[in-house]
Design a protein around this ligand. Structure first.
Ligand code: NAD
Length: 489
């Protein structure tokens, strides 16, 4: 915290513990900045380890009775939260654009996606079924019960600051768990707005708790060290996810990790190059390239490269960067200077090793937005495995294009990564589509499709992209233990 911050009078009360909004001890706060212009947007309470422990106590006390409510009662709260979120959708979307930077249209889409988790898990709460299992012994039966795991610690990133919260909170409370959530330090105000929805939906005290902080490690440690917390659900970088997963092992917590990605986008010679280039332009530059499912390596069969690049470069150079609240803006700012430094380093390194910049490649300056961090949407060609961008998650608006000659070579390059989240295949040949999909070591594959996500469908990765699934029936399994019951008649 800066001296300027500590001297300011307390105005933020953004810790939500035991059903009440609280300021942090000693009135500690931290500021939020609009990444489009650098202006101060507001302040959040700077929570500490002791406040995280209070939040765990509150969640543990609530679990004792919340876990015994009926699925129908829990569903009713979620339905109310869903309706309220949609009522407030426009305010939430505007706040998201200001705090995180994505264009308003994309923010509106995210709010709808976020609300979907509330309604979908309201229904799924009622479908938590056990089983009866035939026994080999006469006069004996087996059955299974599925019960909530307990108090959940949730840690979320800044890039989807509303939907990453409901994707965890909705299945957790549908299952009968209680939760303590620590949002990213860049986007706590979005988290506060989501928790206000949950509060106004009437969720009882202690069921959901929020600890905003500028210093994630002590709060994270307090959550992970607590034996009362039985589950960690984390979305963020692979590096942090690995560290938190190791800490969670000390108290043998259940763990779900949604981590980084390095998605391949494969365009075969039989694909429609216009359709593929349009798809790439949309999904690569989604959220300014700051999405875990953004393609990071674009493999195009050699005979199609020129046609594909013509369309792609035309589309990408027509994109307009700026403040996401301006109507014609399609590319928002990068979240921070570290991201800007990474974009520049990856482009310089690629060019030094022989890549060509077909469009973009540099920081954009807008005299109306002197504090903004805009990087021009970029297409690189002649990219090779010697370059950093071939191996590293970019998390920004750079599309590196790599030519390939045959299917086996394309699959080998696509799988040449420790990550395994999303992959995309463009082809008009059904047999090839299925063959390649089976060979890709990724948790999600889009076949001529750039939007393989839904509250109803299991989202998640393999390898260094994580453990577990969010969305769909698999998403609630993450918050349930299976109890085996043996019965002698
Ligand atoms: P990050 O790992 O830096 O931060 C994510 C969260 O972890 C934040 O809340 C942060 O405060 C917290 N954190 C950081 N250090 C911590 C510590 N020592 N203890 C406890 N908490 C800590 O990641 P980021 O830069 O915010 O997000 C971008 C990354 O997230 C990318 O790698 C992206 O691919 C990934 N991501 C993955 C998915 C997915 O579903 N797989 C979705 C969105 C983002």
């Amino acid at each position: 915290m800066t001296a300027e911050n500590s001297a300011r009078s307390t105005s933020a009360a953004t810790l939500y513990i035991d059903g009440a909004w609280r300021a942090a001890a000693l009135g500690r706060e931290f500021d939020m900045f609009n990444p489009a212009d650098g202006s101060v947007l507001g302040a959040a309470s700077d929570g500490s380890a002791s406040e995280a422990r209070s939040a765990v106590d509150s969640a543990a006390a609530a679990f004792a009775w919340w876990s015994r409510t009926t699925a129908y009662e829990r569903a009713a709260y979620l339905e109310r939260a869903h309706a309220l979120m949609l009522e407030r959708a426009e305010d939430l979307a505007v706040l998201m654009t200001k705090e995180q930077g994505k264009p308003l249209k994309a923010a509106r889409n995210e709010v709808r996606y976020a609300a979907d988790f509330l309604s979908w898990y309201a229904e799924e709460a009622k479908r938590v079924y056990g089983a009866t299992i035939p026994s080999s012994r006469a006069g004996h039966r087996f059955m299974t019960m599925r019960q909530p795991v307990g108090v959940v610690a949730a840690i979320t990133p800044w890039n989807y600051p509303v939907s990453m919260i409901t994707r965890k909170v909705a299945p957790a409370i549908a299952a009968g768990c209680t939760i303590v959530l620590k949002p990213a330090e860049q986007t706590p105000l979005c988290a506060v707005a989501v928790f206000q929805v949950l509060h106004d939906a009437g969720l009882p005290a202690g069921v959901v708790n929020l600890v905003t902080t500028s210093d994630p490690a002590p709060v994270g440690d307090a959550l992970l060290d607590s034996p009362a917390v039985r589950k960690l659900t984390f979305t963020g970088s692979t590096e942090v996810g690995m560290m938190l997963g190791a800490k969670a092992a000390h108290t043998v917590k259940r763990v779900s990790l949604e981590l980084g990605g390095h998605a391949p986008f494969l365009v075969f010679g039989d694909a429609d190059p216009r359709r593929a280039a349009k798809g790439l332009g949309l999904v690569k530059f989604l959220n300014t390239g700051q999405a875990c499912i953004c393609p990071n390596r674009v493999f195009v069969q050699r005979e199609l490269v020129d046609d594909f690049l013509n369309v792609l470069v035309q589309r990408v150079s027509a994109m307009k960067a700026g403040n996401g609240l301006d109507q014609d803006v399609t590319i928002g700012p990068l979240i921070d200077e570290a991201a800007m430094t990474k974009m520049r380093r990856q482009v310089t390194n690629a060019v030094d090793h022989g890549a060509k910049v077909l469009t973009g490649g540099e920081r954009l300056t807008d005299p109306r937005l002197p504090g903004g961090r805009f990087f021009a949407p970029t297409v690189l060609t002649d990219v090779t495995p010697e370059m950093d961008i071939y191996h590293e998650e970019t998390f920004g608006p750079i599309a590196p294009v790599i030519a390939f000659d045959d299917e086996d070579g394309a699959i080998a390059m696509a799988n040449d990564t420790a990550y395994g989240l999303a992959a995309y295949v463009y082809t008009e040949n059904l047999s090839r589509a299925l063959r390649v999909t089976e060979a890709l070591r990724f948790g999600i594959v889009g076949i001529n499709d750039i939007n393989p996500t839904s509250a109803a469908a299991p989202f998640g990765g393999t390898g260094h992209s994580g453990l577990g699934r969010e969305g769909g029936p698999q998403g609630i399994d993450e918050y349930l233990d299976t109890k085996l019951v043996g019965i002698t008649l």
